[in-house]
Design a protein around this ligand. Structure first.
Ligand SMILES: [Zn+2]
Length: 392
């Protein structure tokens, strides 16, 4: 690592005899600005949570916009304490991205776009243009892209325009896909609570039916190596083939998916098909507690339990999902995700129990089994200590 630093900038990192130095963790799908809503998902399934939890909470918070700033700071404090140094932020406001940049952290901001409640989609799209025009351009270590929120909250007519605009400007895309049973039932079979909701709004004719959500977004141009889709739970074999063929990244958010009773993503089949699968903590409003170590352990255990085999689901794969796969999902693999000369010094030092350390087969096994906030000794963002002994 020191080979990549100019001699005058080089620092010696001292760890104990049972410490592990690794790249900073990457949460590739997060909503930082919702950090103040950590009890919102208590006992609510997905559609109830979004309609009767998130929507009113956003309206209340918008009356006091500083609540989003506080939420973003709370989220980032929790993430840094757990060794997360880069984040893919998704929101309709930029408090999370601003907080990330203020702390010198890298990652991405995907500006969320909706439309499902707009009576006139052409007028909605026109009204959006000034705010899209004002978004900053991407930098080498910070991407700014678009998030057509989901295939149902961002109807196909708007979704297609977002994709076209993103490609014209060279911006990346990230959005929620195949997340809830309601979304799956609506698009594949035109039934379930989402059908009832959209029928009440008299907007059913905005959406195709008899198609998987993944096939729909592919038909809108929404898959590709510049795209990261969050969740991807309800997939059939042809959906997995589409994601693999288009080299679309998937961000697995297991705690959020379990808490909202959405299901378990087919992580092992995705990995076997060659899909880049990253990890995300999602928001405090769905997950409750932002901890990528939790997500790593769950990804390994749930993935094995779902398929009843181990296959590629070993500790080194899971650590890669939390680091270099996250960097790839955000288009930042040249800067983040591995300890290599020339990359940003986003680093994490973990201290383990000496007996556990000496008996672990690999350091990745130790990270998965024993890793957690209580093991985080030091965190550096771009070489600057932000937590731990040097930062105190
Ligand atoms: Zn999300």
């Amino acid at each position: 690592m020191e080979a990549g630093l100019a001699p005058r900038d080089a620092r010696v990192i001292r760890g104990g005899p049972s410490s592990v130095l690794m790249p900073g963790l990457i949460s590739a799908h997060t909503h930082l600005a919702l950090g103040h809503l950590s009890h919102l998902a208590q006992d609510r399934p997905f559609l109830d949570w979004i309609l009767h939890g998130i929507v009113p909470a956003l309206a209340t918070s918008a009356a006091d916009p500083s609540s989003f700033e506080r939420g973003a700071e709370q989220s980032l404090d929790a993430l840094i304490a757990g060794g997360v140094t880069a984040v893919g932020e998704n929101f309709l406001r930029d408090e999370g991205a601003t907080a990330l940049r203020r702390r010198g952290q890298s990652g991405a901001y995907f500006h969320e776009i909706f439309g499902s409640t707009a009576p006139d989609l052409d007028a909605y799209w026109e009204s959006l243009q000034p705010e899209l025009d004002r978004l900053p351009t991407s930098r080498a270590d910070f991407q700014v892209g678009y998030s057509p929120h989901t295939p149902w909250t961002c109807p196909p007519e708007v979704f297609r325009r977002v994709v076209t605009r993103a490609r014209r400007e060279g911006r990346r895309l990230s959005y929620h896909l195949a997340e809830s049973p309601a979304e799956d039932a609506f698009f594949r079979r035109r039934e379930g609570p989402l059908r009832d909701l959209l029928a009440r709004r008299d907007y059913l004719d905005r959406y195709p039916s008899g198609i998987s959500p993944v096939a729909l977004v592919e038909s809108l141009g929404g898959l590709g190596p510049d795209v990261a889709v969050a969740h991807a739970i309800h997939l059939d074999e042809s959906d997995i083939e589409r994601l693999a063929r288009t080299r679309t990244s998937v961000v697995h958010c297991p705690t959020s998916n379990l808490r909202l009773a959405e299901g378990i993503a087919p992580v092992l089949p995705l990995l076997e098909a060659g899909v880049n699968v990253a990890l995300g903590v999602d928001s405090a409003a769905s997950t409750g507690r932002l901890d990528l170590f939790d997500e790593m352990r769950l990804a390994l255990l749930l993935g094995r339990g779902r398929e009843r085999r181990v296959g590629l689901l070993t500790a080194p794969t899971i650590v890669a999902m939390a680091t270099i796969h996250g960097a790839r999902a955000l288009g930042l693999e040249g800067q983040l995700g591995t300890l290599e000369p020339g990359k940003r010094a986003d680093l994490l030092l973990l201290e383990f129990d000496p007996a556990r350390f000496s008996s672990a087969p690999t350091s990745a096994d130790l990270v998965i089994q024993d890793g957690g906030r209580d093991r985080v000794s030091e965190v550096w963002v771009a070489g600057v200590p932000v937590r731990g002994g040097h930062g105190r």
